[in-house]
Structure formats: structure tokens, C-alpha cells
Design a protein around this ligand. Structure first.
Ligand code: 5GP
Length: 126
């Protein structure tokens, strides 16, 4: 089954400038902005500008230029928030949720970058 992109999702509206966002960094193919409901002192969402639904969709369908731009932008964000462990930062967590089991709320691929406090175990075991 092919991915169907819903162009009425909230991040599509942000990309079209229909609703505001707190931009941290914008490049040709990528936008990084602050999460409206931060789960850590630093909580930045990195999204491709193209219509990709999930991480796997982006990895499999995006162009090399989009993937390179996205990855470099995510790296820049880690730098900008001072979280790089190799540069004296205390670290971060990069998470992407996909689909039903991943509990994805917004159907436009996004990478959460969280930092600024100890982030605890990766997953709660239930
Ligand atoms: P998901 O559960 O899909 O991985 O994460 C969606 C994220 O988008 C949540 O962390 C939520 O707080 C954030 N979010 C939802 N609506 C908006 C919005 O209008 N603006 C911003 N900046 N973040 C949003």
C-alpha cells in the first residue's frame, strides 16, 4: 500500500505559513522549529519540506539532496542547542514515531530532538 499524504495536517499548514511556528533553522529542504508542547527544556522538531508521512517513507522516497539536507540540519540543531556529547554537551535523544504502534500524532515525518535534562530510559515497559 502506498503512502497517502494528508496535506491538511498541522505541519503542512506550518510549511505553507498558514499557522505560525517558532523556527530554529530553515534550509532549502528542511524546517526545524520548537515543539508547541515541549517534553524537555530543548524540544525541536525537524521536518522535511516534502510530503513524507513517516521516517521509512522519507528514507525510501526522498531524494539524496533532501536526505542530506535533513541530516545536516538535524546535526546543526544538536550543535545549536549545545547538546553534542563530543563537544561538551550533555547529550540528547532523537526520536521519530511512526504509525499506530509508534503513536504518531502528526502524519508528516518529523524527528524530535530532546535535550536539557536526563531523559530517562528509552521506553516504559508495560
Ligand atoms: P508525534 O506524536 O506525531 O511524534 O509528535 C507530534 C508533535 O507535534 C507533538 O510533540 C506535539 O506537541 C507537536 N505539535 C502538535 N501541533 C503542533 C503545532 O501546531 N505546533 C508545534 N510547534 N508543534 C506541534
Amino acid at each position: 500500500m502506498a503512502y497517502a499524504y494528508d496535506d491538511q495536517n498541522i505541519f503542512a499548514k506550518i510549511l505553507r505559513g498558514e499557522i505560525p511556528n517558532n523556527t530554529v533553522l530553515e534550509t532549502e529542504h528542511t524546517l526545524a522549529f520548537r515543539d508547541i508542547s515541549p517534553k524537555a527544556p530543548e524540544h525541536v522538531l525537524v521536518i522535511p519540506k516534502g510530503p513524507y508521512v513517516t521516517f521509512d517513507h522519507f528514507c525510501n522516497a526522498a531524494s539524496d539532496a533532501e536526505i542530506l539536507d535533513f541530516t545536516r540540519t538535524a546535526g546543526q540543531i544538536c550543535k545549536m542547542i549545545g547538546a553534542e556529547p563530543g563537544e561538551g554537551g550533555a547529550g540528547f535523544r532523537a526520536i521519530t514515531n511512526a504509525g499506530e504502534d509508534g503513536v504518531q500524532e502528526v502524519p508528516h515525518y518529523h524527528l524530535h530532538i530532546l535535550a536539557g535534562r536526563p531523559l530517562g530510559p528509552m521506553l516504559l515497559m508495560r
